[in-house]
Design a protein around this ligand. Structure first.
Ligand SMILES: Cc1cc2nc3c(=O)[nH]c(=O)nc-3n(C[C@H](O)[C@H](O)[C@H](O)COP(=O)(O)O)c2cc1C
Length: 264
């Protein structure tokens, strides 16, 4: 039998698991307090400097997120340089203008607030990590089918870590902003050199945080009864194509912002 050397020193792993008694509400209530108050703002108070330790506290939360195959396929680039922030903000503002011209009809927010976001973290992943998930690696149709799901596994993993980071920021008192609008390949190609990001690495989103410029507001949430299905999918919550289109046309802009005339 050949002996394998563990690539990871498992003795170093944080083995302690400390859960409360099942049903004890204390931690749940404290967690919900954070979850409910994690609120997006798109403009931050100018002049605030994020203490260095806060980046560590926030990314420590990201580090503990679950991931497919425990691959932890995420990297976070903390941006402190105001000029780099401004350049990245410029890409988003250009995107905002492009969308307006392309008549996408998406209520695109004002991305100028990116430039002055005190907390600025670029969330990256290496898509080659899909090979760590169940795939065949032979280019077959079956491989493609598994690869598609493997990509979802990767994206869900990074989203889990990102969400943990956002909640940690909210727990520290910050408002947050999750920006994905930069996913287009051209924007990534332009942005990578600003931060020395290798070509193989994808910029999946940007995480901004800081104190808000104006009083934040809580957005609409679908009631629990409309999302909970028990022992089977309740057909009353299935939307036809027409219903979905109608929702997008008449409601989307109202739930994304306080009201459509106040797009932030
Ligand atoms: C996956 C994901 C992508 C998002 N992308 C953007 C984005 O590109 N630009 C933006 O302004 N907000 C973006 N948001 C923020 C959402 O618009 C916001 O979370 C939503 O309107 C609910 O508001 P809340 O965060 O205050 O609860 C994104 C949020 C998520 C989770």
């Amino acid at each position: 039998m050949t002996e394998t050397t563990p690539a990871v020193d498992l003795d170093e792993a944080e083995a302690e698991v400390d859960l409360p008694e099942i049903g004890d509400r204390t931690r749940y209530d404290a967690l919900m307090q954070v979850i409910r108050n994690r609120v997006t703002v798109r403009k931050f108070a100018p002049g605030f400097v994020v203490p260095e330790v806060h980046y560590d506290l926030i990314l420590e939360a990201a580090r503990h997120a679950p991931s497919g195959a425990n691959a932890q396929p995420w990297q976070f680039v903390v941006v402190r340089d105001g000029e780099v922030k401004q350049k990245i903000a410029d890409y988003f503002v250009a995107e905002q203008r492009f969308r307006a011209k392309a008549k996408m009809k998406f209520p695109t927010p004002d991305y100028r607030g990116l430039a002055t976001a005190p907390g600025f973290i670029v969330v990256c992943s290496d898509m080659r990590w899909v090979n760590a998930f169940p795939v065949l690696r032979d280019g077959s149709d079956l491989d493609r089918m598994y690869r598609e799901n493997a990509e979802r596994i990767l994206l869900q993993s990074v989203a889990a870590a990102t969400m943990s980071a956002h909640l940690a920021a909210a727990a520290l008192g910050y408002n947050v902003w999750w920006v994905t609008a930069i996913g287009q390949e051209q924007a990534q190609t332009d942005m990578r050199p600003l931060l020395g990001i290798p070509d193989e690495i994808s910029v999946l989103d940007i995480f901004l945080f800081g104190p808000p410029a104006a009083k934040p507001y809580k957005r609409w949430r679908r009631p629990l009864e409309e999302i909970r299905h028990v022992d089977g999918y309740d057909p009353q919550f299935f939307m036809s194509d027409e219903e979905l289109d109608d929702w997008i046309k008449t409601r989307r802009h109202r739930v994304m912002f306080k009201d459509a005339s106040k797009i932030d």
